[in-house]
Design a protein around this ligand. Structure first.
Ligand SMILES: [Zn+2]
Length: 124
């Protein structure tokens, strides 16, 4: 038999429409799917940061992508912000990959190496 507290808890959650995680069905405040996905991503990294230029389906010079940076999502956003500022351009972070608009491979390689990362230029 569930305790009164649990029953009340369930009641609160069930009226809390839209605030549960679609993956684990826990209230968002208790959901750690994002952390788990992030830990899985970090566990797969080999310590090498890969910089790539992508032009397919994009206008102009495309974007420079940075993959494999061993940082949490929050730190990655901060890094992306610093790199965007350094390059004087825009960008975004998508699923652990930093995208910087334009072709800034050499500059980004220098910047990341200065920060102590092992960097490889990959692809075209
Ligand atoms: Zn969840």
């Amino acid at each position: 038999m569930a305790s009164l507290k649990d029953q009340l808890g369930g009641l609160v959650y069930s009226t809390d429409h839209g605030d549960t995680c679609p993956d684990c069905r826990h209230p968002l405040a208790e959901c750690n799917c994002a952390q788990q996905a992030e830990q899985a991503r970090l566990a797969e990294l080999d310590g090498i940061v890969r910089i790539r230029r992508e032009t397919s389906g994009r206008k102009g010079k495309g974007v420079t992508t940075i993959e494999g940076v061993p940082l949490s999502a929050t730190e990655l956003k901060a890094l992306a912000k610093a790199l965007k500022k350094r390059c004087g351009t825009g960008g975004a972070v998508k699923e652990g990959v930093v995208e910087i608009q334009g072709d800034h491979r050499e500059l980004l390689k220098d910047e990341l190496e200065k920060r102590g990362y092992r960097v490889k230029l990959a692809g075209g």
